[in-house]
Design a protein around this ligand. Sequence first.
Ligand code: ADP
Length: 405
Amino acid sequence: MTFSDFSFSPALLKGVAAQGFETPTPVQAQAIPPQLEGRDVLALAKTGTGKTAAFGLPLIEQVAGRPGRRGGPRALVLAPTRELAVQIEDDLKRFGAGMSLRTVLILGGVGRGGQIRALSQGVDVVVATPGRLMDLMGEGRVRLDHVELFVLDEADRMLDMGFIRDIRKIAAAIPAGRRTALFSATMPTEIEGLAHDLLREPVRVEVAPSGETVTAIEQRVKHVSAGHKRAALAELLSDPAFERVIVFARTKRGADRVAKNLATDGFRAEAIHGDKAQNARQRALDAFRRGTARVLVATDIAARGIDVPEVTHVVNFDLPDEPESYTHRIGRTGRNGASGAAITLCDETERDKLRAIEKLIRRAFLPCGALGDQPPAPAQNQNRGAGPKPGRNRRRRRPGARAAA
Ligand code: ADP
């Protein structure tokens, strides 16, 4: 199957080809045709499966090139985080490069003047985070009564972040005759309920059954006292297999501290969290994507919705408060079928959290240094690179380790 099998206009096909896309991903193959037929879609798909094009291409096909209007957008895309919204708009612009498509980003953390001006100049698509959109709606700065197409991306994360009531209010401002597409990595009952209320006879699409992504990720734990976590992290990073690493910290201050210590220890690291200005977060992300920074230190909230390809390792410097956050964290690696590894540094006070995660993922963590590796080297040997080699295990692709997943 190729993209030309869809009934896309030549200009859109050109935009797709310019991105180097040839074969649709499974979620694209399944979700695009019903949307082109005007059906609602409920898609269960994880980050990295090609969701953006799965809703973006039918969206562009429907709204681009039609006479402009000033009353408000024809399409609205909601995303949980600023980073994700920025990426979605960016992708839409790229796919629609050869077409007239006016997009406006509406997000918190940046000035509102530009957003309000852009809206007043006429817009086809608004890509927004719920909070700022609600603000502007409340002030009468944006009207949703011309919206024909409503997309919710990463609905489960919007739920986690407390946006469900906002989403319902936003949906209520959109005409009932709209087409709606809802994408979510998981389907908790609240999302089922939301889908039931917002979608009409949706076509259900499900790709990458949950096991698939997770089995490709090797998950290990290293028991270490709180005071030795810094050295343990440095030791892990002394292994060059840790090429692109996201380190999770529980708090914003913790993230800053870890990033600072990493820099002192000679590793190129950037931190992102909610206290950083939008452009500082974007700069940090860009540095990580380009590879100028090898390590990105993030809090759970800040990491949601960011898409960085080829993350080789996720390291949990602290255990998350909610066991569910763990699966979000490790979903940052092992994408698109690539193998990945997640290492959790667990101190004495975190054992209960570890057990809660084991219960949730229904498997026990392997210790670092198992499967024939050397036992963890003492911290003072960190420069020898003689520590555990989870990365090597990852490459070895032990069938036993996979089957256990
Ligand atoms: P998601 O929105 O599910 O997180 P993206 O849409 O960002 O995923 O896609 C993940 C990556 O895969 C991106 O780098 C994107 O450019 C790429 N991609 C998406 N669809 C295709 C395709 N059909 N062919 C090749 N690459 C693709």
